[in-house]
Design a protein around this ligand. Structure first.
Ligand code: SF4
Length: 250
């Protein structure tokens, strides 16, 4: 599960916009993707230069936790170098990935936590949502993390299309004994019934719910970028668990 320091002293770095998946709500694989947030991104060349001449912390803040996001960061040639550099500076790395190609990642042993982005657990639905017939690679990624005794969190973006399948995803997470983070965008949800259906997951063990207003342009849809960037994200995550007693918490 995400912890206090993952919000309170953190930075989110958009390492790449490359991703093998083609999730239908995502703009990154379309011909002209939006630019990533400028404070969270530099080109691969500039980044590797900063890592090699040790000026990385002149570009980005020195904090306790770095969330490495994309696209899929595993697609970046700089990832191994970046993780090694951060860990050498006692920074915790949380890697947000699709799981595709995770088993070949050399620096995985140094990663503190892996967040696997899983929009569906049925093979057909996964293929239809992501355009990638590779749910097995998610399973491979999970097994690899297990083998290396890595902390794993499964992240799912809730949309009207996968609402009926949320119980199945919850059961899959429970079966594999991994916590589950649900992100939903207020811009996607219109009905109060839908909202209360989602909010009831606040009270399910091993499940956390994050609400955002809308996806951050230029960043993977499954990453709750604004919530991670704010120390209040953690506060709302905790308050959500007690929402039934706090009617003003939305
Ligand atoms: S939403 Fe994320 S996982 Fe899906 S295609 Fe976009 S970057 Fe890849």
């Amino acid at each position: 599960m995400l912890q206090f320091w993952d919000f309170a002293s953190q930075h989110t770095l958009v390492l790449t916009q490359v991703c093998r998946l083609r999730c239908y709500p995502c703009d990154l694989w379309k011909p002209q993707p939006p630019d990533p947030p400028s404070l969270s991104h530099v080109s691969s060349d500039r980044l590797s230069e900063a890592l090699l001449d040790r000026s990385f912390f002149d570009l980005f803040p020195r904090v306790k936790t770095y969330h490495i996001v994309g696209g899929d960061p595993v697609e970046s040639p700089v990832l191994d170098l970046l993780v090694t550099y951060l860990v050498a500076h006692r920074v915790r790395v949380v890697l947000w990935t699709t799981g595709v190609g995770l088993s070949g990642l050399e620096s995985l042993t140094h990663v503190h936590q892996v967040v696997l982005m899983v929009p569906a657990i049925d093979r057909t639905q996964y293929r239809e949502y992501t355009g990638w017939d590779g749910f097995e690679s998610v399973m491979d990624g999970l097994q690899t993390c297990r083998h290396l005794k890595k902390k794993v969190l499964v992240a799912t973006t809730v949309q009207a299309e996968n609402l009926p399948f949320l119980p199945d995803i919850r059961e899959w997470c429970w079966h594999h004994q991994v916590p589950w983070l649900m992100t939903f965008y207020a811009s996607d949800m219109v009905s109060r019934d839908v909202l209360s259906h989602i909010y009831h997951y606040h009270h399910v063990a091993g499940v956390s719910v994050i609400r955002q207003r809308k996806p951050k342009p230029g960043v993977c849809v499954h990453v709750p970028y604004d919530a991670l960037q704010s120390p209040w994200g953690w506060v709302w995550l905790v308050l959500g668990k007690y929402r039934r007693y706090l009617p003003w918490v939305r």
